[in-house]
Design a protein around this ligand. Structure first.
Ligand code: XUL
Length: 521
């Protein structure tokens, strides 16, 4: 009898790299983690940070041919490092919102992939738009306004799609392409997201877009789970015919393309599921797919995301609603002044990172006393062109005579702002999982626990999106997600910090004062 294959491969095609995480649930192990860095491994694409530098008018595009080259390079590295014939199922994730434009030859090219040649040479001739707009693009202000006007109001776009019209979302990007090059738009027979494009290549046929990532397009109707005809009409003519079908990420697509079997040694009965967005995959990889769990990721921008029982939308339009790969919905709120603001204050005060991390604990007695609107530059939540932070409090705080007070107030301001702008979700945090640079030492995590009045955990997971994708692959093959979470998504030992209940009323009051101060500027 043939032995069942026991490994599951998750791939994450992100802005700067393509990462693989291979898991073996029976052994309870991550057996291999590898990445291809677009800038350093594929310098011929001249995209040191994964996108084409020098875009004008807010345009940020990447070369989709580079993503294909990365896929070949990643699989050759995986084949050298591990036994790919043990992989039972592949799933993946992609940077959200990025779109790929293909002509009518795409399907036949996928069906005829020849291992004697590379993916780029065989697929790139199908691109009708040479470059792909990605999530960092802000060039579609006009298109967002037009889509909003066609639907009647920002609230109506949000009610239907889960977000107001957002510059980086795929619908406004598609409309911009239609405006800029109507002939190339007409030649386009399929528009994929980064996620569904990569999944199609693996499957050797054009596959569906998963609900999780589709919700980042301003085109999916959250209530019906189908494409929204009014939004499609407001975006570009004939769009429905160019969009793939919709399905859950765990839907099995069938086998992988013979190209990968013959070239890299995958088994004949290896199958593939869909790819989802990197944030929905991270929700899975952080073990946070049940409502009550919140993930806060502290990065260049900070993100706050959480599972939600229903498709609730943010009446103020700051938060987004995506699909939760485990079923239901998730929210995502992005804060532009994340580590950039922390870095700016650290530099201004002349501190090093260890001193910055220690500071909030040193002045814990000042909890909630001084207020800082923590915006060193333009912010998207709330959407305002701030030029610097606003301080309100004791003289030794406002003057900077006691630098630790400013560090504490900056961090309190960042987390009060998160608390304020996540109230629309009406989710009481039972547990916060914190990830990213500033989560390592205890200073910042303790402050998060106190501001939100919930325990804070840190996970040992580093590639949460790729791990989440590997877990989705295992679920598609019949594994239980809760059992997988027990194995792969446990909090690091002794990493949990409890909230100080005495600070509950203190931060309730600070939240009201923070909101009031925000209204005055
Ligand atoms: C989410 C967003 C980013 C990208 C990053 O809306 O734009 O988090 O998904 O890859």
């Amino acid at each position: 009898m043939q032995k069942a294959l026991g490994m599951f491969l998750g791939l994450d095609s992100s802005t700067q790299s393509l990462t693989a995480v291979l898991i073996d649930p029976a052994a309870g192990e991550i057996t291999c983690q590898l990445a291809v860095n677009f800038g350093t491994d594929l310098p011929q694409y001249h995209s040191p940070s994964g996108f084409i530098p020098g875009g004008v008018d807010g345009e940020v595009h990447a070369n989709p041919a580079m993503w294909l080259a990365a896929l070949d390079l990643l699989f050759s590295r995986l084949a050298a490092a591990t036994d790919l014939s043990q992989v039972a199922m592949i799933a993946g994730s992609g940077q959200q919102h990025g779109s790929v434009y293909l002509d009518a030859t795409f399907n036949s090219r996928l069906a005829a992939l020849d291992p004697a040649h590379n993916l780029t040479d065989q697929i790139a001739p199908a691109f009708t738009r040479a470059t792909s707009p990605i999530w960092m693009d802000t060039s579609t202000g006009r298109e967002c306004a037009e889509i909003t006007a066609a639907l009647g109001s920002p609230a109506e776009v949000c009610r239907r799609s889960g977000s107001i019209a957002i510059e980086r979302f795929s619908g406004p990007q598609i409309r911009r392409f239609y405006h800029a090059d109507p002939a190339a738009y007409a030649r386009t027979s399929q528009i994929h997201l980064v996620s569904s494009f990569m999944a199609s290549v693996i499957a050797g046929k054009s596959v569906a877009i998963d609900y999780g990532d589709a919700a980042g397009m301003n085109l999916l109707n959250l209530a019906t789970g189908g494409w929204d005809q009014n939004l499609l009409d407001a975006t570009a003519p004939g769009l429905l015919d160019k969009l793939p079908a919709l399905a859950a990420a765990t839907t099995v697509q069938g086998g992988v393309a013979g190209y990968f079997i013959r070239k890299y040694g995958l088994a004949r009965d290896c199958q593939c599921a869909l790819f989802t967005g990197d944030n929905p995959a991270s929700l899975v990889g952080m073990g946070a797919t049940n409502p009550g769990n919140i993930v806060i990721s502290l990065g260049t921008s900070d993100t706050f995301f959480a599972a939600m029982p229903g498709p609730k939308t943010d009446p103020n339009g700051f938060g987004h609603v995506f699909g939760n790969p485990a079923g239901g919905f998730m929210s995502l709120i992005c804060f532009r002044n994340g580590s950039l603001a922390r870095e700016a204050l650290r530099d201004r005060l002349g501190l090093d990172w260890p001193a910055f991390d220690r500071a909030p604990l040193q002045v814990r007695a000042a909890a909630g006393r001084n207020l800082m609107l923590p915006f060193f530059g333009p912010e998207i939540t709330p959407r305002r062109d701030f030029t610097g932070p606003v301080l309100q409090g004791a003289p030794e705080f406002e003057s900077g005579a006691e630098p630790a007070l400013q560090v504490r107030a900056l961090l309190e301001g960042q987390f009060l702002n998160m608390r304020l702008h996540s109230q629309w979700m009406e989710v009481t945090p039972k547990r916060i999982r914190l990830t990213g640079g500033a989560s390592k030492n205890d200073g910042v995590p303790q402050l998060v626990a106190d501001v939100f009045q919930a325990p804070v955990e840190r996970l040992e997971v580093s590639n949460s999106a790729a791990l989440g994708a590997a877990l989705i692959a295992a679920v598609a093959a019949g594994h239980e997600l809760s059992a997988l979470h027990q194995i792969f998504c446990q909090a690091a030992p002794d990493s949990t910090l409890q909230a100080d209940p005495a600070l509950g009323p203190v931060y309730q009051d600070a939240l009201a004062r923070f909101a009031a101060l925000l209204r005055t500027v």
